[in-house]
Design a protein around this ligand. Structure first.
Ligand code: KG4
Ligand code: ZN
Length: 337
């Protein structure tokens, strides 16, 4: 079965064709037109600019994904598209494109929660995942711990009360005069740090008796530290390392605690922040120490892409869980349930 996935929730215009067979999803194409270079000069995503770029790019991107996959419209079984959460003016372009193609090609559509999309990045080429599983979803928009009992069966164990982890990275990078998106910049700079730096930032909510997170105070703590440190510009790698360690310590500790408490077999990591090498290796280490099976997506499926949306769509199609064409609407604040 072939699924066309479409993703446009933020600043990536993406389309992908995947092939689903039983419990396996294989990628036939994965095309991403990133707007990072355009938004870099503003230090963040400008919604109006993002929407204009999506409009220009969406059909060429879909076309390229179909060509690379050597797939004709008649061979597509369903169209899967992110319907939220995200920027309304960006999402609407993916949704309207999916609707139009579904209408013209006479295909069913599935509206996917973008967070569910990130989760399904783990199912790409990986049929071995055993439930129940705990998934740490960390991106620019979300920080969530989800208990997954089976396909489509989720319970949110905890989430951020303020900034998402990726958002915190982006804001920290801005404070330190680094570029956008901040996660990668902080990650790279931290590699050059001296370990005995003596800088100490808090680990917010690390011992709280719940699985929620809070990262906005961490960014403020970083701001106060550099305001008091006249030579902070000479210690940017060290500040990056300490910031990164603070975020990762909290994420790893709470993910393992949630996994043990819920007696799961599997731990998974996903979302843009899952591109962090340090987070990948720390969570893997801790999961293995606790005899938990650990999975994470390949790097190319961590940040926003349409292959993950198509992968999630395949499992909806398997359950015959389609979205009535006329009811497919953007929900920019869509909750994950
Ligand atoms: O999943 P994503 O592409 O978009 C959302 O759904 O939000 O995630 C983007 C986020 C950004 O905040 C970016 O700074 C962060 O992922 N990110 C990273 C790394 N690469 C991207 N954070 C930490 N380390 C990285 N290497
Ligand atoms: Zn995302």
């Amino acid at each position: 079965m072939k699924i066309l996935g479409i993703e446009s929730s933020c600043d990536e215009t993406a389309a992908s064709v995947v092939e689903g067979k039983r419990n396996e999803v294989t990628i036939l194409s994965n095309v991403i037109s990133s707007q990072i270079e355009i938004h870099k000069k503003y230090g963040g995503v400008v919604p109006e600019v993002a929407a204009r770029e999506h409009i220009l790019n969406i059909l060429p991107v879909v076309n390229e994904a179909m060509e690379i996959a050597k797939t004709k419209s008649k061979d597509i079984d369903a169209i899967s598209v992110s319907r939220g959460p995200g920027l309304v003016s960006s999402l609407i372009i993916g949704i309207e494109t999916a609707k139009n193609l579904a209408f013209a090609w006479n295909k069913p559509v599935i509206g996917i929660n973008h967070v569910e999309g990130h989760i399904y990045a783990n199912f790409i080429g990986n049929p071995k995942i055993e439930f129940p599983a705990v998934i740490l979803t960390v991106s620019g928009g979300h920080t969530m711990l989800v208990l997954m009992k089976g396909h489509g069966e989720y319970k949110t164990l905890g989430e951020t009360r303020d900034d998402a982890a990726g958002e915190a990275y982006d804001k920290a990078a801005k404070l330190l005069g680094l570029g956008y998106p901040g996660g990668k910049e902080v990650d790279m700079k931290a590699l050059k740090a001296k370990n005995d730096h003596g800088i100490k930032l808090p680990r917010p909510m690390i011992d709280a008796p719940n699985f929620d997170f809070s990262f906005s105070g961490l960014k403020t703590a970083l701001l106060y530290k550099i305001q008091k440190d006249k030579s902070w510009k000479k210690k940017i790698p060290e500040y990056c390392l300490e910031f990164q360690s603070a975020v990762i310590d909290v994420l790893v500790k709470k993910t393992i605690k949630a996994s043990l408490k819920n007696k799961v077999k599997t731990v998974m990591l996903t979302g843009g922040v899952a591109a962090s090498r340090k987070l990948r290796s720390r969570l893997q280490e801790e999961a293995e120490k606790n005899n938990l099976e650990f999975f994470m997506p390949e790097l190319c499926y961590t940040t926003d892409n349409a292959a993950m949306v198509a992968s999630a769509g395949y499992y909806h199609v398997k359950r015959k869980d389609f979205t009535p064409w006329k009811k497919l609407k953007v929900d920019c604040n869509l909750e994950f349930k």
